[in-house]
Design a binder for this molecule. Sequence first.
Ligand SMILES: NC(=O)c1ccc[n+]([C@@H]2O[C@H](COP(=O)([O-])OP(=O)(O)OC[C@H]3O[C@@H](n4cnc5c(N)ncnc54)[C@H](O)[C@@H]3O)[C@@H](O)[C@H]2O)c1
Length: 254
Amino acid sequence: MIAADVTAKHIVITGGASGIGAETARLLASRGAKVSIGDRNIELGQQVARELTELGYSAQFTVVDVTDVDSVNEFYRQAVNHFGDMHVALNNAGVDHNPARMLDVPDEEFHRNIAVNLTGVWYCMKQALHYMTQSGGGHIINLASIAGTSGAPMISAYGAAKHGVIGLTKSVAIEYARSNIRVNAVCPSFVKTPMVEHVMSGLNDKQKASLINANPMKRLGEPHEIAGAIAWLCSDESSFMTGHSVVLDGGLTA
Ligand SMILES: NC(=O)c1ccc[n+]([C@@H]2O[C@H](COP(=O)([O-])OP(=O)(O)OC[C@H]3O[C@@H](n4cnc5c(N)ncnc54)[C@H](O)[C@@H]3O)[C@@H](O)[C@H]2O)c1
């Protein structure tokens, strides 16, 4: 199979220090993309960028907190300054949710989820649109979740934020379809990343087994399986797709 071509594309990734973001940065850089990584975790973000540059790939890291509009604006400014016009903005930074029914969810958990998982995407999309309307186009890819396509008990704030991301994806895709700017979402189920390891650490063996066995494939997703789909989205092969969600869930929501 021929790999999706992302050669020389400048791809800006938030949350690129860990999990799906880091794996996607690795895959895209290895295929010749220029990768600007942003994350609030400076040590891990620098580590991923260093790993890639030592392999001879084009990558750079800038610290960003997606909940802070000034920090987001500065991150995009530095990315465009470093590698030039941005072709893809991958809005991937996110936080999990401590499992509980709504009455037991502190309001702070709701505000934290909305701030990172929804407002963060809003700020990043605005910056991406700002640069892409000037440069003649681009593709915004938002990391949502199957918790954004169907009800997900015990993580109501996360689900609300991810449904919001899909709403933004659809509306903005229509608004900018004539401006050569596409907007799509990616919706994984549980994938083996530090985020899910954290969630699993709060479960007993029976709960872990039932979470895994709920999936028709009887396993969790692997980060590279999400990265591969994102690479295709980043390529021109997905050129007629906008306003949609790519569900990667082993058949869980089939
Ligand atoms: N892993 C899964 O099962 C799964 C499933 C569906 C959707 N997702 C989504 O995929 C995305 C990536 O998740 P992951 O599993 O790789 O998680 P992860 O915890 O491994 O990585 C998330 C990254 O986001 C960064 N981040 C968090 N808050 C930030 C902030 N305010 N500003 C900048 N960076 C911040 C973290 O430092 C981390 O590097 C998230 O949006 C998540 O909701 C993950």
